[in-house]
Design a protein around this ligand. Structure first.
Ligand SMILES: Cc1cc2nc3c(=O)[nH]c(=O)nc-3n(C[C@H](O)[C@H](O)[C@H](O)COP(=O)(O)OP(=O)(O)OC[C@H]3O[C@@H](n4cnc5c(N)ncnc54)[C@H](O)[C@@H]3O)c2cc1C
Length: 383
């Protein structure tokens, strides 16, 4: 079989196909070098603090896999469970977070409510009474945290390769071949490869690749930016999210403040982004923690995001026999890489969904059973 895309999900799928199902006649085909897509461009946060019970179970499974990943791969991925803290700024927001935390706790997942004093004790730099969105409190998932993202790609790639998978770099898929309703292989810049099964794991390029097989997906492509400042001594020991503009920040082990926010809000395949969002996020940073104002931003980049119309991913058969899709990861596919790999490999090996990913099929859009992750209905135009 062929897996298109040497990102986190493609490599993890290959690794679990080989190690859990003994399927090693696998080629991972990557148009550039492995790990240079979103898996190496994200802000490295992991957590399972979702709202929809099926999503909580899926992401919690992933978090548990992260907790043992380094031992399984024998690779240092710098898994750091420093905690993820979501701040709230209105009573309505507090109620929504409380509902989410209660759902999590009912399913045995860790979540704690923090008052203002506890937030201040955890993040001394914070200005609780900032003039824009004063902080009323927060919800902490102590087991959330960060993982060195490049190491995830390298660790899974090494594991897959040692188990017998071929990883082919600088090889772009330019076409998907079919015989009637069945996939028969891929055309690439280095020749054609016949395959009984083709799995797309191409993140922001999902719709483009699927269209090569005549499949239209409910996925739009958008750019999401990230930023890192110069390094300073330890000032922030938690992953922090702040309501305005979806702003979030953590401190890397090298000392830089790594932060990001919402999509720029226009369709593109460019990995760049625009200045208004850069300005908006810098404003969030200094509003929340005025002490950051003198830091210089060292680097900025963008990633091409695969946004579904209900905010949840797709691990699914497609209308073309033998064509499998892993995509639609929206803002949060990094944390999902271990679970995405296990459940996609299961779907390929058994021909049926893994129980933890049964709600992530393509059919949910046709059937009107979208996954209402935010509890407010799907609002695709806000993407
Ligand atoms: C700025 C930013 C911050 C983020 N922060 C977080 C976060 O903190 N936590 C979190 O959970 N998620 C985060 N994400 C999302 C997460 O990074 C992605 O959802 C996830 O990495 C996508 O899956 P992937 O790793 O398989 O994708 P990718 O690494 O993008 O892999 C897809 C691969 O497919 C290849 N490809 C594309 N077209 C072709 C073709 N025609 N032929 C061959 N190969 C092809 C690409 O080159 C790429 O290597 C963030 C994303 C960005 C951009």
């Amino acid at each position: 079989m062929v897996i298109v895309g040497g990102g986190g999900h493609g490599l993890a799928t290959a690794y679990y196909l080989a190690t859990r199902h003994g399927i090693t006649d696998v080629a991972v085909v990557e148009k550039g070098a492995i790990g240079l897509g979103n898996v190496g461009r994200n802000t490295t946060f992991i957590r399972s603090n979702y709202f929809h019970p099926d999503n909580i179970r899926f992401y919690e499974f992933s978090l548990q896999l992260w907790e043992n990943l380094e031992r399984s791969l024998n690779f240092n991925a710098m898994v750091s469970q420093r905690g993820t803290l979501n701040l709230f700024h209105t009573e309505a927001q507090r109620d929504l977070f409380a509902r989410r935390a209660n759902q999590m706790r009912l399913l045995g997942v860790d979540a704690e409510a923090l008052g203002r004093d506890a937030v201040k004790a955890l993040v001394p730099l914070i200005d609780l009474d900032n003039g824009r969105y004063p902080v009323l409190g927060g919800f902490l998932q102590p087991r959330g945290g960060t993982v060195r993202h490049d190491a995830v790609a390298w660790g899974y790639a090494r594991g897959a390769s040692e188990a017998g998978v071929d990883i082919i770099e600088d090889c772009e898929v330019t076409g998907i071949t079919r015989s009637g309703a069945r996939v028969t292989g891929v055309e690439t810049t280095r020749g054609s490869i016949g395959a009984e099964t083709v799995c797309l794991a191409v993140a922001g390029h999902s719709s483009r690749l699927a269209s090569m097989a005549g499949v239209t997906l409910p996925i739009e492509t958008h750019v999401l930016q990230a930023f890192v400042t110069e390094a300073v001594k330890p000032v922030l020991d938690v992953v922090l999210t702040y309501g305005p503009s979806h702003f979030y920040v953590s401190q890397s082990d090298k000392g830089g403040l790594v932060y990001g926010g919402a999509l720029d809000g226009y369709n593109t395949y460019g990995q760049r982004g625009t200045l208004p969002m850069a300005e908006e996020l810098a404003a969030c940073a200094v509003t929340l923690m005025p002490g950051l104002a003198r830091l210089k931003v060292l680097r900025q980049w963008g990633g091409v995001m695969d946004m579904t119309m209900d905010g949840s991913p797709l691990i699914t058969q497609t209308p073309v026999d033998g064509l499998i899709l892993n995509g639609g990861w929206c803002y949060g596919g990094f944390k999902a890489i271990p679970a995405g790999g296990v459940t996609t490999a299961h779907l390929i090996a058994h021909g049926s969904s893994h129980p933890l990913a049964a709600h992530l099929g393509l059919g949910r859009f046709a059937a009107g059973r979208t996954v209402d992750e935010r509890g407010v209905g799907p609002f695709p135009w806000t993407h």
